[in-house]
Design a protein. Structure first.
Length: 88
């Protein structure tokens, strides 16, 4: 997958993750894109553990789903760290 496709998939995964999770996430377009890209990497690595073909960076429907799941996990972690920082 090329870098442009990776950025686009990251942006879409970040938008979907932000739409799925309730609450207010104060992020701009760049932060949403970075969230989705990190989530895509995380989801891709976890998904490759269960894949037998060894193709890590290919655009597949299961990869898109794992990108969204990874972005949700990253968003939850960022939210938990942000709450601790505010209350501490």
């Amino acid at each position: 997958m090329g870098i442009i496709a990776f950025i686009i998939v990251g942006f879409i995964a970040g938008l979907i993750a932000r739409a799925i999770l309730p609450g207010k996430q104060s992020m701009g377009l760049m932060a949403t894109t970075l969230l989705g890209m990190v989530g895509s990497l995380l989801g891709g690595l976890v998904g490759s553990l269960f894949s037998r073909d060894g193709r890590l960076f290919e655009l597949r429907p299961a990869g898109l789903i794992m990108s969204v799941v990874g972005a949700i996990v990253v968003l939850l972690i960022v939210g938990a760290v942000g709450r601790r920082r505010v209350h501490a």
